[in-house]
Design a protein around this ligand. Structure first.
Ligand code: GLU
Ligand code: ZN
Length: 277
């Protein structure tokens, strides 16, 4: 897509301390923004209040700055697309939900997590933990659901290949209904799901390229379907390979030993940490 200016983003979730894996993906995002003479935006993905803790937001900003990140728009510096905390952007998400409903792209799903696990169709794309939804509620109507909580689920075009040219990994293809199934865009506790919030914000903040970890490749395919439903062009995507620990396991927030906090306390410098990248 032809855009005037490169706009990239860092979108950490404040659910734990940032670790070296995040830093590496973010570093690539920052370099891409620099190489393209563009802007880098910081967005605080703090929607999931069950997992999110205030102390992590401050720590996140501090750790990012310590490591050498700089952003021109963000929760601490503002900018023309404020607010940059997802928790302050509910109106954007509701508007997006409304469009998806109007276009009949989503349906109300009353299944519990357990229902879905029990009925899940396996196997599905590697690295993506969401079980394939069996389609139980596809013909539900909202008016028929009385006094029950439900989520809104996106109906994927079964059998269709969703493809995109990843700027790092090349051509990617995922089959809807096989590699991923109908996915939640709005949760029963009235919180937008990641897929919807992410698209709504990347659109509103005019992000031209999304740099993220390869663990989110399948989510990118889901999000492409949302862009399509909204009749909007997708941004470009650049997926980074994931950092593995000594045992070949993916770095996760539970690897406290590799949190930027810990490394910093041990006297490591950002420069030395970047040496092996
Ligand atoms: N907050 C999300 C995460 O940390 C953002 C992922 C993305 O869309 O880049 O997983
Ligand atoms: Zn259901």
């Amino acid at each position: 897509m032809n855009r005037m200016k490169y706009r990239g983003r860092l979108a950490p979730s404040p659910t734990g301390f940032l670790h070296l894996g995040h830093a590496r993906t973010f570093w690539i995002a920052q370099q891409r923004a620099k190489q393209n003479g563009g802007e880098l935006i910081l967005r605080n993905d703090d929607l999931d209040s069950t997992r999110y803790k205030m102390e992590f937001v401050d720590a996140m900003l501090e750790d990012l700055r310590w490591f050498g990140f700089a952003w021109s728009e963000g929760p601490d510096v503002g900018g023309k697309f404020a607010p940059y905390n997802q928790s302050g952007r509910m109106d954007f998400y509701r508007a997006t939900l409304k469009k998806l409903r109007a276009g009949n792209f989503i349906y109300p799903c009353t299944c519990s997590r357990k229902d879905i696990r029990d009925a899940a169709r396996a196997p599905h794309a590697e690295n993506d933990e969401e079980p394939i939804y069996p389609g139980t509620c596809r013909s539900n109507r909202e008016s028929e659901i009385v006094n029950r909580k439900f989520s809104w689920r996106f109906r994927v075009p079964d059998g269709e290949t969703v493809s995109f040219a990843d700027k790092n990994l090349g051509e990617q293809k995922f089959i809807a209904g096989k590699d991923f199934g109908d996915f939640v865009v709005w949760r029963p506790d009235d919180v937008p799901a990641y897929q919807l919030a992410c698209v709504a914000d990347d659109v509103a903040m005019q992000i031209s390229e999304v740099v993220r970890g390869a663990d989110l490749l399948v989510s990118t395919a889901r999000q492409i379907l949302i862009y399509r439903a909204l009749k909007l062009a997708s941004p470009d995507f650049y997926h980074c390979g994931l950092m593995l620990d000594g045992a070949g396991e993916r770095l996760a927030k539970r690897h406290d030993a590799l949190s930027l906090r810990t490394l910093r306390a041990q006297g490591k410098t950002p420069e030395s940490l970047r040496e092996n990248w």
